[in-house]
Design a protein around this ligand. Sequence first.
Ligand SMILES: Cc1ncc(COP(=O)(O)O)c(C=O)c1O
Length: 726
Amino acid sequence: MCDAITESDKLKLIEFISSTDRYTCGEKVEEFERAWSDWLKCNYSLFVTSGSTANSLLISSVKELYKIPDGSKVLVPACTWVTNVSPVFQNNLEPVFCDINLNDYSFDLDNLPDDDIRIVFVTHLLGLNAPIEALKEKYPNAIFLEDICESHGVTDKRGNRRGGGTGSTFSFYFGHHMTTIEGGMVCTNNKELYELMRLKRSHGMARHLLPENYDDVIAKYPNINPKFLFLTDGYNFRNTEINAVLGIEQLKRLDENIRVRRKNYVHYMVRLNRMRDIFHVPKYDEFNSSFTLPFVCKTRENRDIFIKIVEDLGIEYRPIVAGNLLIHPFLEKWKDSVKTPNATILNDYGAYVGNHQSVTTDAIDALFDRIECDMKGIEPTRKINDKTAVVIGSSGQDGSYMVEMLLEKGYDVHEINRTGLIQTLTKNGEPRIHVRRLDGHRGDVCDLASLVTILKKIRPCELYNLSAYRGHVESSFESPVESSEVNGMGALNVLEAIRLTDQTKTCRVFQASSSEIFGKAAETPQTETTPLNPDSPYGFAKAMAYHATKVYREKYGMFASSGIMYNHESPLRDESFVTRKITKAVVDIKNCKLDCLYLGNLDAMRDWGHARDYCECAWRMLQANDPGDFVISTGKLHSVRDLVSKAFKYVGIDVVFEGFGIDEVAREVATNKIVVRVYQRYFREDMGYQLVGDSSKAREQLGWEPTATFDEIIEEMIDRDQMVRE
Ligand SMILES: Cc1ncc(COP(=O)(O)O)c(C=O)c1O
């Protein structure tokens, strides 16, 4: 519903506001009224401040015009909105309540009162079609008024829009078929009634008479200035030009909104029909114009389950309009005037969820799947909120650890990668035991359509976006666009795919961020509050992903978290990374397959952790109570020189370092052979700042800490390199 007022509506408002200084009821209001009358095919419309004031204006004007005596009876339903009933007694008329029926939530035709009813105030509730034709047969002498506040576009059986009779009202409150934020319309085919309502809508002034009557009327009061000549009591229910501009824009989309809501409603009816044992199913009517999807259970127990389900899924719900109005204190006087068993059912066992133009049939399916599962034990064909996870970028180092960890934790895991193939072997090269719980999908973060198609089918409860630009931070300068597409737009595509498939409330998202977003770091160590200051295309694209994740979390209430990951290594690390390059070369030198290793700056310092530990942290982030951003780091810095010595030592080679800068070398103590040299092309001057993370937040809030030490990471990598060599 957040997109009810579109960007183009906002632009129109800005354009209008900056083009004029007149905002009070004027030309735009008249333009909107004319457009509305054309749409409804009625003679006259008046734009007012709300559906409620439209009701008040209509009732008081009808009473005055038709000279209806105080105490005359007005038929009203026991379930409707309060402002359908209150203007009746506020105007000294007597409401006669009637129970509703469970087919269309309008008057119960079997229990209509035989009183002398002067006005029938019908409500088309929730977009359902009230049986006006049958009511007219019962009360042929009554005046019929229609409250269509929440049912714009409901039609009679010939397809004519309802609302063109003596009087009808509409609300444009936010969430209705179209909105002017607050606003309403009162419509009539009766010119005299229209004129009276024009007067009452303002302060009862002669100024608002129809032009053809104006001169004759003011001539009767020569002693009163016609500018302020008051002919009747007024309310000032006028709306503004600004709201009218919005109304004109929104009206252009009204038919499409009604179409989408109808389509959703048909889908809802199909699914609801299968559950007649659990729900009271309203009558299907192709002429309705759905406002919401009502769920009226047959037992309180099921109603409680239903409420729990929607709360779990983060779906807003409401009682069915005002429930049974007769139990409310403001109607105390009429509480025993009639029996209302059906309104009591709506009140006690009913609730509705919104059917907005932004709701999709997929979202409706997801809700019904869950209802069928929880109430009837039917396993959903599509899964939500169970242990199903998606790993994007599953063929990389992190993806591989993540898939394995999730399988071990009992998840069904879906890999999304460019080949669509699953990893049948574990990272140690052994066949996976959980392979039956693993599925593969061909997809790409740069291809939104592929993500939407896959996610629509899987509906996971967790998604890990571990995809990243394949190159290095340095090489991202050579392909900045590609690195931005994968690291930045890719993350946005993932978030969008979740939003477009209506999974913002059901799928938790981990976005792999990077310490590179801190770039030339403003402080050391960095925390979640350190300002972002990327200094490479790799970093600025990751920064975009980080911001996008935060915006989707705040705007759409998504459980979306960024893990700001510092360097993390493992035996699966690609050889082009310095850690793996060193461990592999050390093993080769040990096995006399290589003489010398060429490196860049040996003084370069890094905060190195183990990929397995970092995946564990990612998983914990999605199990937390709240989403957020977390630094994932060891907090310990080691130099490349340190890494080199430890690696050689582990294979039984002692080395000593000599010289400085690009002339520095490492010699094997036993043979005096140079085994490491600095290669000018790789050499980068000290950056003057250190990327080292303070992961206190993850440690305190997630109970996480890295388990592998620096030495253990190197040893594990060397063991693997040695094994491969053998
Ligand atoms: C049936 C009905 N009548 C009247 C109203 C009042 O409209 P508003 O909120 O614009 O005052 C509503 C509000 O949704 C309604 O549903």
